[in-house]
Ligand binder design. Structure first.
Ligand SMILES: NC(=O)c1ccc[n+]([C@@H]2O[C@H](COP(=O)([O-])OP(=O)(O)OC[C@H]3O[C@@H](n4cnc5c(N)ncnc54)[C@H](OP(=O)(O)O)[C@@H]3O)[C@@H](O)[C@H]2O)c1
Length: 281
């Protein structure tokens, strides 16, 4: 399938997790991709993975917390491709745990990466997106990876959830500003995904992350009253593939969590208290 043939996409945070998956998926759909991250070796590895699948990738070293580095990276990508049709803002970091145990550096890192990193990237790309939307494709996309955490902050996730709430509010304002220019602004708000970001999260007795509370059994953190029916399930239990396509074009997602989970669940699964989704390889 090459429905994105001739389209150029830029992805921040592109060497692992959701950003890498987005890069591979966009490339598989025919887009040429600009991969951005700090690590040169990891960028090379992702670029090779794109090339092995027949795609075209440009690797650009940047740090999303440095506005000058972001602007230079975006300009470089636009110069190489001649335009920028899609920007995926995947940058986001999480220092989870009791607020009283957090440090100023951790709070600063979350605000700088999750909020300011997205602002710097969008700020540098917005004129390119407007120009692309004025071209033959007649549309361009700015997609930011938020988090379902902003709808349901839990103990230990408050600062992270606050940054994702800020991202959602900013995106909604920007969506209204850019709609007349043909630029669609969307926020994708994933639940738990198995990536480096969630690797350190504590897991309950059935192996699912505690942050995703098991409502049916209420096992997490408590002695199990009976063997958990989730035990021994494949890591893919209850989950559909990761989607990198936004909700309806131009509409920032306002998810109804239960509905969202149930739609992906297998029969008999509440969809809650789940294991983290594995990323497609
Ligand atoms: N995982 C989840 O469960 C989950 C759930 C909801 C939302 N999200 C959101 O999804 C997004 C992606 O998360 P993820 O779990 O896929 O992350 P991840 O696997 O931890 O990805 C980290 C990536 O970011 C790059 N990076 C780190 N610091 C950087 C910096 N300062 N500048 C540029 N690149 C940098 C890393 O490469 P280098 O170190 O080489 O730079 C690497 O490519 C985040 O916004 C996160 O909040 C994740």
């Amino acid at each position: 399938m090459s429905c994105l043939a001739g389209v150029s996409a830029l992805i921040t945070w592109a060497t692992s997790g959701i950003g890498r998956a987005a890069a591979l998926e966009l490339s598989a759909l025919g887009a040429q991709v600009a991969l951005m991250a700090r690590g040169r070796a990891a960028l090379r590895a992702t670029g090779l993975a794109v090339a092995e699948r027949g795609g075209t990738a440009v690797e650009i070293v940047e740090d999303v917390t440095d506005p000058a580095s972001v602007r230079a990276a975006v300009e470089h990508a636009a110069a190489v491709f001649g335009s920028l049709d899609i920007v995926v803002n995947s940058a986001g970091t999480a220092a989870l745990g009791p607020f009283a145990d957090g440090t100023a550096q951790q709070w600063q890192a979350m605000v700088e990466t999750n909020l300011l990193g997205a602002l710097y990237t969008a700020g540098a790309a917005v004129e390119h997106l407007k120009a692309a939307a004025a071209g033959p494709r007649r549309t361009a996309d700015l997609i930011t990876i938020g988090s379902v955490a902003r709808h349901a902050a839990k103990a230990g996730t408050g600062v992270y959830a606050a940054t994702k709430s800020a991202v959602a509010s900013w995106s909604e304002g920007l969506r209204q500003e850019l709609e007349p220019h043909g630029v669609r602004v969307a926020v994708i708000e994933p639940g738990l995904v198995d990536t480096a970001l969630t690797a350190g999260l504590p897991r309950g007795p059935c192996g699912a992350h505690r942050a995703g509370r098991c409502r049916r059994h209420r096992l997490h953190g408590h002695p199990a009253p009976a063997p958990c029916r989730h035990a021994g399930r494949s890591p893919a239990y209850g989950h559909g593939p990761l989607s990198v396509v936004g909700p309806r074009p131009g509409v920032a997602r306002q998810p109804r969590r239960r509905h969202l989970y149930r739609r992906n669940a297998r029969p008999g699964c509440t969809g809650l208290g789940r294991r983290a989704r594995p990323l497609p390889s």
